[in-house]
Design a protein. Structure first.
Length: 121
């Protein structure tokens, strides 16, 4: 797994590098599925895409900020790992939601959890 630690990722522990790569992979998959969903529903709007890209940039800024806080406070990247894990969790829910809207039938257990995840009170 040393191939993961290239460029700027060399200054981070390997576990954090893996989380960053996983987050980026989930984000790309979510964006692709979002475009596919909007194409299927014939409701593509560049404004939604722009808002999603702005949100992604803001999340990247947040990750860089959390890495800086971890380095300054000497938290051994616990805060960074926690933050990345929450972002990956959020993206996983969005990926499942996009898959459902694209017509993919999810297992009942996953579909029920997705309903709870999307339930607004």
């Amino acid at each position: 797994m040393n191939f993961i630690q290239i460029g700027l990722l060399k200054i981070l522990p390997q576990a954090v590098s893996v989380l960053i790569i996983a987050y980026l992979g989930c984000k790309v998959l979510d964006m692709l599925l979002g475009v596919l969903k909007s194409w299927k529903n014939a409701n593509y709007k560049s404004r939604k895409m722009r808002d999603g890209i702005v949100r992604w940039i803001a999340e990247m800024v947040a990750i860089v900020f959390v890495i800086g806080v971890d380095l300054v406070l000497g938290l051994n990247f616990y805060l960074c790992g926690f933050t990345l894990s929450l972002f990956i969790y959020k993206e996983a829910g969005s990926i499942l939601e996009n898959l459902t809207e694209c017509g993919v039938e999810l297992p009942e257990v996953v579909a029920n959890k997705l309903e709870v995840f999307n339930k607004k009170e």
